[in-house]
Design a protein around this ligand. Structure first.
Ligand code: HEC
Length: 127
């Protein structure tokens, strides 16, 4: 690599880092007021269209969120946001969420009454 191309490359990297930082800051600013301490986060209204307000989905196309582990929900949302977990629908949903929003949403949905259960071997045998 020539000195010139390496200089170009490093300014491109600096520019990209700057862009990423600006985007992260503006996403946090845009989403920050929506996250409330405790209680129902404002974004639940959007999630409700697919997952239900209490995290109980009306369709098998959308997973139930109610009663899932809080840490699992946080990891899932951060994964969609970063692209580590790939799903075009949820990538769009998670893109504008700040870490505080994600935490508040995970608290909300994890504390809703779950409709999920584990089938016991006895339960299976009784059928
Ligand atoms: C347009 C429909 C739609 C909306 C709106 C939506 N989701 Fe989702 N969500 C999905 C689908 C589809 C999946 C399954 C994606 C997959 O296979 O990874 C999903 C998956 C998830 C998961 C992973 C669940 C699991 O069991 O792994 C979480 C957490 C989640 N959504 C949270 C949210 C939150 C929080 C919001 C609101 C900010 C939201 N979603 C809005 C459709 C939606």
């Amino acid at each position: 690599m020539t000195a010139r191309s390496s200089k170009l490359l490093s300014s491109a990297v600096v520019a990209l880092l700057g862009l990423g930082f600006a985007a992260a800051v503006s996403a946090n600013e845009a989403a920050a007021p929506a996250a409330t301490a405790g209680g129902k986060p404002a974004q639940v209204g959007v999630c409700a269209a697919c997952h239900g307000e209490n995290g109980v989905s009306a369709s098998p196309l959308f997973p139930n969120l109610a009663g899932q582990q809080r840490s699992y929900l946080e990891v899932a949302l951060k994964g969609y946001k970063s692209g580590a977990r790939k799903n075009p629908v949820m990538a769009g949903q998670a893109a504008a969420l700040s870490d505080a929003d994600i935490k508040a949403l995970a608290v909300w949905f994890s504390s809703q009454k779950s409709v999920l259960y584990t089938v016991s071997p006895e339960g299976e045998a009784k059928k």
